[in-house]
Design a protein around this ligand. Structure first.
Ligand code: AMP
Ligand code: MG
Length: 349
């Protein structure tokens, strides 16, 4: 398949191009597009065949549900059976934005979109290209992240092109994603709201609106025996090609430990990488040392993490060590992604 690649500027949207992309989605095709979180791989969320194509293009297991993207609140009742007061409050404060809410689905939403579940995940993105595309596509775009299953989510169009060129109809390049991590997911279908995936919207922010909120046990603890709430939570995610290990402990001990490992790798001719911070990047002896930013600036760390994981792939790094991060606030989302990328390999010093 020929994939058309187009550039659109968020502040000067080419409406003709958006109409063309919308037409592709309305007629059952797939378009990758920018959002404020990461790039999405979009198809018509109410069309069973389109969702099937999304799973095929990503190589994603079909029990891993998709998120349906809408552009306005008036679109919600068609796909969500009940809209609890909690959801209205969250929508008022955080939509459009990086928050996904789970509702009981209506019959309009095919099981192909929800991975066989009776619930549907819904998000209203703030990125203007995404919003214009949703409007032009009939109002309901099912979109997972636009990467091949298992790989880090794409935060720039070049990574979408790497994974999806030849597999979908169109890729819209709208520049680098602002946030760089996928949306926070909150399940509102039970007695108490539960965070299924941490993100830019933190537990504290949600509690500020709703009172108490639970965090799903599997979010940080890879060894939790609790079954995952959503099938997708069990799959390997974000993984670089090289083997990634997180090292936790006092900064000096971490640098010393990692450097010892790096020397051993160097002797065997293994290409190494380190995910460091601005404070420590000069201290490592790896072939590729990449800083995610200043340790105190979590927004910058979130924005750089997936790109850096991809860069190690580009440079064929075989063994990667990462420093660990504070898992409070937005750090929870950063550590959740890093732990999944590392397959929960952690050395605690
Ligand atoms: P991605 O689109 O790659 O960001 O992944 C979407 C994720 O949303 C899935 O892996 C699920 O964990 C979650 N999700 C989507 N729909 C549901 C649902 N109905 N219930 C629970 N989680 C969901
Ligand atoms: Mg994904």
């Amino acid at each position: 398949m020929d994939t058309k690649i187009v550039k659109i500027e968020e502040d000067n949207i080419d409406q003709e191009m958006i109409e063309e992309a919308g037409k592709i989605i309305r007629s059952g095709g797939l378009v990758a597009f920018p959002t404020e979180t990461v790039y999405g791989l979009g198809g018509d969320g109410l069309n069973e065949a389109s969702s099937g194509k999304i799973y095929a293009a990503k190589g994603r297991p079909s029990d891993n549900p998709l998120i349906v993207h809408i552009a306005g609140m008036e679109a919600l009742p068609k796909i969500a059976r009940k809209i609890p007061v909690a959801a209205q409050k969250l929508a008022e404060r955080f939509w459009p934005g990086p928050l996904t809410m789970i509702f009981e689905k209506t019959d309009c939403v095919p099981y192909a979109t929800t991975g066989g579940l009776n619930t549907v995940a819904v998000r209203m993105p703030s990125n203007k290209i995404a919003r214009a595309l949703i409007e032009a596509s009939g109002g309901y775009i099912a979109a997972p992240s636009a990467n091949l299953s298992g790989k880090p989510s794409p935060t720039e169009a070049r990574y979408v092109i790497e994974d999806m060129n030849g597999r979908i109809d169109m890729i819209i390049d709208g520049g680098a994603a602002d946030i760089g991590l996928e949306s926070t997911i909150i399940d509102l279908t039970g007695e108490r709201p539960i965070i299924l995936r941490p993100g830019y919207i933190t537990e504290e922010m949600l509690e500020d609106t709703l009172g108490s909120v639970e965090m799903d046990k599997t979010v940080i603890d890879g060894n939790s025996s609790q079954p995952p709430k959503a099938p997708g939570m069990k799959y390997r995610h974000y993984a670089p090609k090289g083997s990634l290990t997180i090292v936790e402990g006092h900064s000096l001990a971490v640098t010393e430990y990692i450097n010892t490992q790096l020397e051993a790798c160097a002797e065997k001719g293994i290409k190494t990488g380190v995910i460091a911070t601005d404070e420590t990047k000069e201290k490592y002896l790896a072939d590729c040392v990449k800083s995610v930013g200043k340790r105190s600036d979590e927004e910058v760390i979130a924005k750089h993490l997936f790109r850096i994981l991809r860069e190690f792939d580009d440079e064929n790094v075989q063994v990667i060590y990462a420093e660990s991060f504070d898992s409070r606030g937005m750090g929870c989302a950063i550590m959740n992604r890093l732990l999944k990328a590392a397959g929960h390999q952690v050395i605690r010093l």
